[in-house]
Design a protein. Structure first.
Length: 624
């Protein structure tokens, strides 16, 4: 079925423009993170395989403490291989070992110890790097990139004349490669020809593998100590594999994979970072597996702008997936999983728990390649107990206003960067053709699932014909709602929340802890086989009451707890009849009663507030 092209009145945009939430010049009030304009790989890559423990192309890294740490390990394969490698250790720095690579498919074996990369944490390679202010040497003019992500604070982005000038954070690839330590503690840059039109990996760094030799992920610790924006950056580094270590205390990402075709992140702990644990962006043929992400101020795992393989696919089934996420745990973050333009993602057999929100995907942010979001699948995951209120615990108490190093991230402090409804399992903000199936979604005190429409204007697309091109053909099927894998009942506050927008959406085959689903639907949508929901005119009053939440700013005492915003209030534990002890989200009780609720012809300003909630706060660098 073709994507909807129903015209909507220009009146739709007026409330958003009046509120200053949009601009008429293509600028953005906020963005998920700043980065140079990004392009998708051509899709010819492949997922790398582990090269084993005896790769003849090798570098071995150790610390002065490694010998004693290895000696203290229990007998077993990890101790034997680490003992054998001690004799080959020639490096004290992982970055030094990477820089010494002379041939593709080299393994960098890292022995037990803590690596702060002290030399690289402060070093600038040249006066050019020290005074770098723009990304003016971008190899392509801005008009030829798929998208660009602008600065939330200055509006800086690729210049209108195509020069590519950008915020100092959003350095061009060529400048990143020339000045690898400006923003990164450890970096792998695979494209040696940044001036041509290809982003393919074509250097000696292709296929690099960084592997901890210990028995556990915690045996090797890469501690950024907030010295750099990213602890590890793999950029256009096709075939990269990162395995068996812990990364912590980054200002932005613990692990960052960008414009890379073919990558594996396996058994990596990403913890105590100001924003993201593991972030993949504009990449393909990826796998994130057996990893553990926690204490991150945005999300534990972020597959943003996955390669848009299904952009023209109007069928529910994808042609293929770009990134697979399996057998991970992501907990005690603001969001367990999130992904603006999280396209062609398959996340299965993971556990997302004790976050503020378990899973979120969206079409909210301008400039992300691949918008609007489409064709993600979350299947056979455990999504539960996402009721952690870090807004009350750390933001409103002033802990997050302290210098970053003093907030106690390693002790469990989480400083939310983005507003999100505490107590929510799965949130789809403007997605299409997404499948939420065969999951265990339970003990989420506000909503089990939540879905709402996002107008195209919020991604700086003002064509009236596109304003209702999101929230279509999403299927929520065969889930265990309020039921644990053992069969126990742990109710969600409301099993399903929906703003009644979009066509082709359906909820069926789910099993409910109360015997029947609890929802706020005005009309039961038809079955998936019968085509799902129909388009609804106007904007739903259900979205009212959320506008003030969009003003959330953890660094502004006035807006740490916006007035009339209920998202940051901890919901009461739900009872067996579906009540949560009072009206939901600050709406009058009469408007939360589901099918007997209000008419969908309500003020359009209501939807403006809701659809920008996740967009106003998320930034790459917030003033600490």
């Amino acid at each position: 079925m073709p994507r909807p092209t129903r015209l909507v009145p220009l009146l739709l945009l007026a409330p958003l423009l009046a509120l200053g939430l949009l601009t008429t010049t293509g600028g953005s009030p906020a963005s998920a993170h700043e980065e140079r304009p990004a392009v998708f790989p051509d899709g010819d890559g492949r997922r790398p395989a582990f090269l084993g423990w005896d790769n003849p192309r090798r570098r071995v890294v150790c610390t002065p403490a490694s010998r004693d740490l290895v000696a203290a390990m229990p007998d077993g394969p990890a101790k034997r291989r680490s003992t054998r490698m001690l004799a080959d250790c020639r490096f004290r720095s992982i970055q030094d070992a990477v820089r010494s690579i002379s041939r593709r498919n080299t393994s960098v074996y890292v022995l037990p110890g803590t690596y702060t990369e002290r030399t690289w944490a402060t070093k600038q390679r040249s006066s050019y790097c020290s005074h770098l202010k723009t990304g003016s040497d971008s190899p392509l003019p801005a008009s030829e990139y798929i998208g660009s992500i602008s600065s939330p604070d200055t509006g800086a982005g690729p210049a209108a004349d195509g020069s590519g000038e950008s915020d100092p954070i959003a350095l061009s690839y060529a400048d990143q490669r020339r000045c690898p330590t400006n923003l990164n503690l450890i970096s792998i840059f695979g494209d040696r020809t940044p001036g041509n039109r290809s982003i393919d990996c074509d250097s000696r760094f292709c296929g690099t593998q960084v592997v901890g030799t210990g028995r556990r992920m915690s045996d090797v610790v890469i501690d950024n100590r907030f010295a750099k924006l990213n602890a590890i950056r793999a950029d256009r580094a096709g075939g990269v594999l990162l395995r068996n270590f812990t990364v912590q205390q980054a200002e932005f990402n613990a692990v960052y994979v960008l414009e890379t075709d073919g990558f594996v992140i396996d058994r990596v702990t990403a913890r105590a970072n100001d924003e993201y644990g593991i972030l993949a962006f504009a990449s393909d043929h990826g796998l994130i597996t057996r990893s553990n992400a926690y204490f991150n101020g945005d999300s534990g795992i972020y597959p943003g702008s996955g390669s848009d393989l299904n952009a023209d696919n109007t069928e529910f089934e994808p042609t293929r997936y770009a990134i697979e996420i399996r057998h991970n745990r992501s907990h005690d973050n603001t969001l367990g999983y999130s992904g603006t333009a999280g396209n062609s993602i398959y996340a299965h057999h993971n556990e997302f728990y004790d976050n503020a929100t378990g899973i979120a995907t969206d079409s909210l942010f301008p400039g992300h390649p691949g918008l609007p979001q489409d064709h993600a699948r979350w299947s056979r995951n455990r999504i539960h107990s996402n009721n952690s209120n870090y807004y009350e615990k750390f933001v409103q108490t002033g802990i997050c206003a302290k210098p970053m190093q003093e907030r106690g991230y390693l002790s469990g402090t989480v400083c939310p960067v983005v507003p999100t409804p505490v107590g929510t399992g799965v949130l789809i903000a403007g997605g299409n053709f997404d499948s939420t199936d065969h999951n265990w979604i339970y003990d989420n005190w506000r909503y089990g699932t939540m879905q709402f429409w996002v107008p195209a204007a919020l991604r700086d697309e003002y064509d009236p014909a596109r304003q209702q091109d999101t929230s279509h053909h999403n299927h929520t099927t065969d889930n265990h709602m309020g039921i644990t894998p053992s069969g126990a009942h742990e109710h969600n506050g409301l099993d399903h929340w929906w703003d009644d927008q979009g066509e082709g959406n359906c909820w069926e085959g789910n099993t409910y802890s109360r015997g029947e689903r609890t929802d706020n639907f005005l009309v039961d949508p038809p079955s998936c086989a019968d085509g799902g929901s129909l388009m609804s005119p106007g904007a739903p009053v259900k979205d009212a009451g959320f506008l003030s939440c969009s003003q959330y700013d953890r660094n502004d005492e006035t807006w740490r707890n916006p007035p009339a915003c209920e998202w940051f209030a901890t919901p009461e534990k739900p009872s067996s009849d579906g009540s949560t002890g009072g009206p939901l989200d600050g709406l009058p009780a009469a408007t939360t009663g589901g099918r007997d609720g209000p008419s969908p012809t309500s003020p359009l300003v209501a939807v403006a507030g809701l659809t920008v909630l996740l967009g106003v706060g998320r930034r790459l660098r917030r003033a600490a």
